[in-house]
Design a protein. Sequence first.
Length: 586
Amino acid sequence: MATATQKNGGKTARKAPAAKTQDQRMKWWREAKFGLFIHWGLYALPAGTWKGKKIPGIGEWIQNRARIPVREYEQLAARFNPVDFDAKEWVQVAKDAGMKYLTITSKHHDGFALFKSEASDYNIVDATPFGRDVCAELARECRKAGIRLCFYYSQKQDWHHPEASGNTWDFDPAEQSFNQYMKDKGLPQIREILTQYGPIGLIWFDTPQDMTRAQSKKFVDAVYDAQPTCLVDGRAGHGIGDYESMGDNLIPPGRVDGDWETPATLNDTWGFKSYDTNWKSADGLIRRLVDIVSKGGNYLLNVGPTAKGVIPKASVTRLKKVGDWLKVNGEAIYGTSASPYPFEPGWGRMTAKGSRLYLHIFRWPGKQFVLHGLENKVKKAYLLADPKKKALACEQSVDEAAGLHTLQLALPARAPDKRASVVVLETAGAPVVDETLVQDGDGLVTLEAYSGEIRQPTGTAPLERGRFGTIEKWLNTRPRVTWQVKVAQPGTYDVNLLTQTESDGKWEGGHRAKVSVGRQTAVATTRKAEVRDNPRATSYLQDVVSPLGQIEVNRAGLVEVTLKMEKIVKKKGIGPKLRAVELTPA
Ligand code: FHN
């Protein structure tokens, strides 16, 4: 189980916010679930190309990646004239997407501010022909639309300032004084963005790098001093802040405790790049939103407007589709808490609110749906998409010997929404579940690496848990991974081993893997029988499926499944990167 390290973050560091309890301060954010991130600045002009060359990497990093001298890059300001910028339209994009807050780059790493600043004239009002304060205009429109305005602020990197970090091509790091930068620009600008635009929802610091704890604390205190109710994200440094910010585009596996958020891109860049068209599908965005919320997180989804001030149409249409889904299913998202189950079922995800459990079904089962492990009585079940809330027939039973609670639901043959259809279960009291890993109602048993227990003999090089919920560094044959799982349907199962590729597509087979349940074993050499998209990093990781044979499970109830590697090929030195073991009814 992952843990959001900031769950009490900020409590010791904070000076001012005593006026409200932490729960009161966090309330709007915990209910909001979905926000718009906007990366916008001078980098929208080159849009990924400098002097005729396509510069690899994310668009807002072009100055750094192409080592553009300050004196050259800052001339972009004289050409920055986003005449099509319309704050009302941008806020409407967020509103139509069902988003509740908007976080814009008030200053990104290039040091250029999107607000009127006395601390530095390298800002949109003083340095561009446009001359308008976009933060002021957005503040006005956000207020009217009931959207919380929040500011991203790059506190450590400022490639324009001689005393800040990140620009090693113009300035010598050995001669820099970050304290001087904080005094001259960093802290004054934090005060400006918190005093010029009314109440601010949160400040989104980023890349604290080697800041000292005292420096991080100064920034955070400056926020809390100016606006005690303003939240601070988890990238202020040193674990200070109100919630944890996950890695970019990183959706953690399983259950996550504490408050957290995943910042994510719609394509592969944050700032606009004219040739990045690798857009995520609306279906994928809806499922990611559900996935994140089912684990208790918030989804901060980014757009990168053009230099004219337009949010790309491809972004707007996708976001609108998410918003349309939320119009029907928002009750199962806003203000909900994480699924009471600590694992991810194969058929979809769950969220909860009061005495309601919401089943977000991705894999529609046809006319019958089975859920194991829910212990409360279900008073009524219905589809959220059904305006009449017609009750779905449901039956509950308990198999005492197997320790298994089963709910059977009658569903229409076709899904109301193929991306995610929500069934509401009104339960007697808040949902209570058996937290033991259990077979899915449709028969699949998924044993994900993140929920497996590593049995590591002493003296062997330790297996490691990877960012995407894998088990890695499996380079010797002595460790085992085990799962305790409740099986509902005894019978014969096909056993598959799923191992993950490297991001460059590298994968190594030829290992000998053995899965056992009691005396039953399935053992085979790993090979690429099938390749699937990795659900956590669809665009660049894949799962390789190796069939291991069959095993027989002869009774319902709790069983222990063990995975051992009997032989490991080490030619490429990566070993099997375990994603999951799957048991499918034969
Ligand atoms: O370097 C930045 C990047 O440009 C972008 O702003 C992302 C958004 O989370 N944050 C940093 C990298 O993690």
